[in-house]
Design a protein around this ligand. Structure first.
Ligand code: HEC
Length: 201
């Protein structure tokens, strides 16, 4: 009798705990009107972000000091505030996320995982992937939108995200020094790399 009770208490406690992380987060499909409000903001910010990242990457590769430039792919190195200020007066947060991340800070949360899974299922079915994807998020009392932009691997990315046998040893060494649990290698040109996520309040 007593043992049963203990078991039930443990069971209900673990159900309570496992519900905690996702508690209060609901993903809803946005209306057409909401999409037309959010899309231009997301388009503008993601476009500028991709352009800035590419420009910095190209400059770093041209300089030749790839392993000194290892941080060019870090968004902390980019003046995000000015990109946001140019695009909107709303409260905006930017992140990149992916299944195989280099920096654990970029690991997907529940809503981002749902967006990654959405893109992955289309890719698995060999369908064209949409240029953007919007989730309406209800969290506790708050409502906001997640705009996602898919990223693909290009030739230049392979310098640091390609086949480990082909990445320059000194770069690989630096990557493993900075990111001991790195998973962001062995991509091929054209692979789906992940998503830029722009939260718009
Ligand atoms: C010079 C080396 C280098 C090159 C070239 C490079 N990256 Fe990265 N990339 C990194 C490093 C280092 C990080 C980890 C940055 C951080 O700490 O957030 C990273 C992180 C990322 C992330 C964030 C997710 C994660 O894995 O943590 C994405 C997405 C990404 N890179 C995409 C690309 C794409 C797309 C290209 C080509 C256009 C590219 N990278 C080229 C070094 C590079």
């Amino acid at each position: 009798m007593k043992l049963h009770l203990v078991f039930i208490i443990i069971l209900s406690f673990s159900i309570f705990l496992s519900g905690c992380t996702d508690q209060g987060v609901k993903i809803v499909k946005p209306s057409q009107e909401e999409v037309s409000q959010i899309k231009p903001i997301g388009d503008k910010i993601s476009k500028e972000l991709v352009m800035t990242l590419q420009k910095e990457l190209k400059a770093a590769v041209q300089k030749g000091g790839l392993n000194e430039a290892i941080n060019v792919c870090n968004m902390k190195a980019i003046p995000l505030t000015s990109i946001i200020a140019d695009a909107t007066d709303k409260v905006v947060h930017i992140k990149r996320t992916t299944y195989q991340f280099r920096n654990p800070d970029n690991a997907p949360d529940k809503t981002e995982m749902a967006a990654l899974d959405y893109y992955k299922s289309l890719i698995n079915e060999q369908k064209d992937i949409p240029p953007f994807y919007i989730q309406k998020i209800k969290k506790d009392e708050k409502t906001y939108y997640n705009y996602y932009k898919p990223m693909k691997v290009k030739a230049i990315c392979l310098n640091c995200h390609g086949d480990t046998e082909k990445i320059k040893p000194e770069i690989l060494k630096e990557i493993y020094k900075l990111y001991p649990d790195d998973r962001a290698v062995n991509y091929k040109n054209g692979d789906f790399r992940g998503l830029i996520r722009i939260s718009i309040e």
